[in-house]
Design a protein around this ligand. Structure first.
Ligand SMILES: Nc1nc2c(ncn2[C@@H]2O[C@H](COP(=O)(O)OP(=O)(O)OP(=O)(O)O)[C@@H](O)[C@H]2O)c(=O)[nH]1
Ligand SMILES: [Mg+2]
Length: 476
């Protein structure tokens, strides 16, 4: 075996030991991180992507699928033994069964391995004829975007974090209720567990209220998604106003500070070390339509969250992270606005333009260079069909689907996004309370009942284009 073979990662049809060795060491692996804030569409995205990579009839814009270079794709046991497996079969059954419904919300990191047989150059490709097909493993890792936003905590001590968080909460839903609980606590008084629990519970409620109202950055991330950490000291703290004088030992402030530091050391760090540091390609799913519906403040908050997320991928920004990554870095990052099937296709370019403007801004602010980035509008699972209706002599481009709340069919007009994304983003930046001259309806459709032909995955919008950006170069 020549060194060149190893470097190319090409598997040859050799037998015996050489084949076993190649299995372990030579088959290329792409580690694709899929993230987004809660309800952004991660589970639906992964399920539909995997289904559409296994049955590639609806993936013309993924070149390796269109050319026939991918000859087979199949699930295999994942490499990480202690990470929960992404429950593909259950999620697919939910989406494509006889009573289609959206999958359950997921609360933690999970992983799935899809292996693909790839013939370089596609069917009849000269290279493929020489080297034979090789196997490319795609390891998909689903993790909450909230965990990524926690990186901002690493650079801040408890006092600074408390100050920032209290200021931010004042302007958000839930902030007042928390302030009322806070008013009864004296940071310099002796620490009492019950008081700490009350504060943490009120703080969690406020984060939840902000999330429900469409705000993106509701960190610390595990307060919303505690999993098995629920009730533990690392999740039993809250921001406090800094006492003027030095805080005595054993005070509420001191213990809260200690728990905040423990959260960073024992929750945030392990995630970045064990999961984040190994990602090659990343898709960040964004419910941009949801934020637009929620109003200018939510859009401004989304913009800030995107900057923070991009900042996490910027090598060198954070000394601790740089040391962890040792020069490794994510090669491509896609920001995808999900649920584009809520809009008629005539409005898709506008949603894309909004995403691109948000991303440009995030790149500029995070002073980002390095990874290739792209922004687009997609729907991982198309739940609607398009319809143009006329009323009062005007025609409206609508989408039709089954309403989630009533189970009835309806054609809805979502409102019109502006042609110039600057109009939305400027109103957001200026702190406007509401959009001036437009309203955007939020829609909740149930997944449509499907009859899939052999060779076809579930219907989507531009999932193939997203896959081409994320994986295309590694499948040629
Ligand atoms: N119309 C439409 N709705 C979608 C699509 N993808 C997601 N949704 C909606 O968004 C909701 C959340 O999608 P999920 O994939 O569960 O989102 P998630 O990011 O995994 O959410 P958590 O696990 O709770 O963090 C779904 O229940 C759907 O209502 C899509 O492609 N089209
Ligand atoms: Mg999920």
């Amino acid at each position: 075996m020549r060194i060149g073979d190893i470097a190319d990662g090409v598997t040859r049809g050799v037998e015996g030991i050489a084949a076993a060795v190649s299995e372990t060491f030579m088959e290329p692996v792409i580690r694709l991180g899929v993230t987004g804030l809660s309800r952004a569409g991660k589970t639906v995205f992964i399920t539909s992507l995997v289904a559409n990579l296994m049955e590639r009839g609806r993936m013309p814009q993924l070149r390796a699928a269109a050319s026939g270079a991918i000859s087979a794709a199949y699930l295999q046991p994942q490499p990480d033994n202690t990470v929960p497996r992404f429950d593909y079969e259950t999620h697919l059954a939910a989406l494509t069964g006889s009573e289609p419904h959206w999958p359950e919300s997921t609360r933690a990191v999970s992983e799935l391995r899809l292996s693909m047989k790839v013939r370089p150059g596609g069917i009849g490709g000269l290279l493929g004829a020489v080297t034979g097909p090789r196997t490319v493993h795609l390891d998909i890792v689903d993790y909450p975007g909230e965990w990524l936003l926690d990186l901002a905590l690493m650079e801040r001590g408890y006092a600074e974090w408390s100050g920032d968080t209290l200021a931010r909460m004042r302007e958000r839903p839930g902030g007042e209720a928390f302030a009322a609980v806070l008013a009864q606590a004296d940071p310099a008084a002796k620490f009492e567990e019950v008081r700490a629990q009350g504060l943490a519970a009120a703080f969690t409620d406020a984060l939840q209220a902000a999330r429900v109202a469409g705000f993106s950055d509701c960190t610390p991330g595990r307060f919303l998604l505690p999993g098995e950490l629920a009730g533990s000291p690392v999740l039993t703290f809250a921001p406090l106003p800094e006492p003027g004088a030095a805080t005595p030992r054993g005070s509420l402030w001191r213990e809260m500070e200690r728990r905040y530091d423990a959260y960073k050391a024992e929750v945030v760090k392990p995630f970045f070390r064990e999961h984040f540091s190994r990602i090659d390609r990343q898709v960040v799913l964004v419910d941009a339509l949801g934020a637009i519906h929620a109003g200018p403040r939510a859009v401004e908050d989304l913009r800030r969250a995107m900057t923070e997320i991009l900042g996490a991928f910027r090598p060198g920004r954070n000394a601790w992270l740089s040391q962890l990554l040792l020069g490794r870095r994510v090669e491509r990052i896609l920001f995808a606005a999900t649920k584009a099937d809520h809009l008629h296709h005539t409005q898709h370019p506008r949603l894309t333009a909004i995403m691109q403007a948000l991303m440009r801004d995030a790149r500029r602010r995070a002073d980002f260079a390095g990874a290739e980035t792209a922004a687009m509008a997609i729907a991982a699972l198309r739940a609607t069909v398009e319809e143009t209706r006329t009323r009062g002599g005007e025609s409206y481009d609508c989408v039709r689907g089954t309403l989630l709340d009533t189970g009835r069919e309806a054609a809805l007009y979502p409102g019109e996004l502006p042609e110039d994304p600057g109009i939305l983003l400027e109103a957001a930046r200026d702190g406007a309370e509401a959009w001036l001259d437009a309203e955007y309806e939020v829609m909740r459709f149930a997944p449509a009942r499907l009859t899939l032909r052999p060779g076809e995955g579930p219907p989507h919008i531009r999932l193939d284009k997203a896959a081409e950006f994320l994986l295309g170069d590694r499948l040629r």
